[in-house]
Write a protein that binds this ligand. Structure first.
Ligand code: ADE
Length: 239
């Protein structure tokens, strides 16, 4: 059923290219989702529509005022009943593929994007969840919101097309993906591995799993730390 995506931001124009490009555009055109960015200033008071203020207790930078955020959140909750509200903040729960899979089963998402040094805590806790896309600080939550929506929207059944291609890919199995090749068979003296041209699907699957395990061990050993191995994986690792 149709999912609804909305972002609350003082820079709604940042989302223009996001809605109008690639798979997200296809998801909208295909009638899988709706997507829009809502201007937070519309919920601010006075002629100047101010959305930030000095921090209590002093210190540098500005803080997002609670009233526009709270009004915006309440407005979007009323328009999109049952849709979870996610506040983008570096203090949030780390975003992962497994969380993306859970979110893809919701009715959509309302993304709250802060700027400056952060949002007033009283507004932040109105969200159902605070999310971080990694341990670094962006100038605003907009890019984080697009990262999260992008990862979630491509998992909606029917959107990616090849259904299983989203299930059978890196991270969902706890490993990084196998190496990919396309034509030409030899490029600058580098040949595509013979097995991929063999037409032997069992051998190809086994080679892919082997490269996936090897690449994970070399590039992301942290992923293997608390992961157990299947019988098939153990037989490959024994070679
Ligand atoms: N806003 C600023 N930095 C962020 C991050 N790393 N994740 C989510 N929202 C943010």
């Amino acid at each position: 059923s149709l999912q609804h995506y909305a972002a609350l931001s003082i820079f709604p124009e940042m989302f223009d290219g996001f809605w109008s490009t690639g798979m997200v555009r296809r998801a909208i055109m295909g009638g899988f989702i709706t997507g829009r960015a809502v201007d937070l200033r519309a919920f601010a008071e006075g002629v100047h529509k101010v959305t930030d203020d000095k921090p209590y207790g002093g210190g540098c930078g500005m803080v997002m005022k609670p009233e526009p955020l709270m009004k915006g959140i309440a407005h979007l909750r009323a328009e999109m009943p049952g849709v979870p509200v996610l506040a983008m903040t570096p203090q949030g729960q780390p975003f992962t593929q497994s969380l993306a899979e859970d979110l893809a089963r919701e009715k959509g998402m309302i993304m709250v994007c802060g700027r400056y040094e952060g949002m007033d805590e009283r507004a932040c806790i109105k969200a159902d969840m605070e999310l971080s896309i990694g341990d670094y600080v962006l100038t605003g939550g907009e890019l984080a919101a697009m990262v999260v929506m992008d990862a979630v929207i491509r998992l909606i059944p029917g959107v990616l097309g090849g259904e299983e291609s989203a299930e059978k890919e890196s991270f969902s199995e706890g490993l990084i993906e196998y190496a990919h090749y396309t034509r030409p068979p030899v490029y600058e003296g580098m040949a595509v591995p013979d097995v991929l041209l063999s037409g032997n699907h069992k051998a190809i699957a086994s080679w892919r799993l082997e490269t996936s395990l090897k690449r994970t061990f070399l590039k992301r050993p942290d992923l293997l730390e608390d992961r157990s191995f299947s019988r098939e994986e153990r037989s490959i690792l024994q070679k």
